[in-house]
Design a protein around this ligand. Structure first.
Ligand SMILES: [Zn+2]
Length: 101
């Protein structure tokens, strides 16, 4: 014999169904956000944060300096500013002459 679900039960199932779909939707949003983050990373990798042109990586002593091919801005990676700050003055002068126009 098939018992007709009570209204309370029906309410419960509808709510469960909603929660399930909501969770799926949240999962989808999360994946989208991750995909978007990845897309942006790929899009901006080695691009100048100011003008968007290609960055050219130059090795100088312990640091890798990224110089923009467009605006000639010079960018340092995390921690490299500290490294530069420990350079002797002669090393600093050389660094500046390397990146001078
Ligand atoms: Zn630039």
């Amino acid at each position: 014999m098939i018992r007709k679900p009570s209204e309370k039960e029906e309410e419960y199932f509808v709510r469960m169904e909603f929660e399930k779909k909501k969770k799926e939707e949240e999962e989808k949003q999360k994946k989208l956000a991750e995909a978007e983050k990845k897309r942006l990373q790929e899009l901006h990798h080695m691009k100048c944060p100011k003008c968007g042109m290609e960055l050219i990586e130059i090795d100088y002593k312990a640091i890798k300096v990224d110089k923009c091919s467009g605006c000639e801005g010079v960018w340092l990676d995390a921690g490299e500013l500290e490294t530069v700050s420990k350079f002797e003055k002669s090393g600093l002068d050389k660094l500046f002459s390397v990146f001078a126009k």
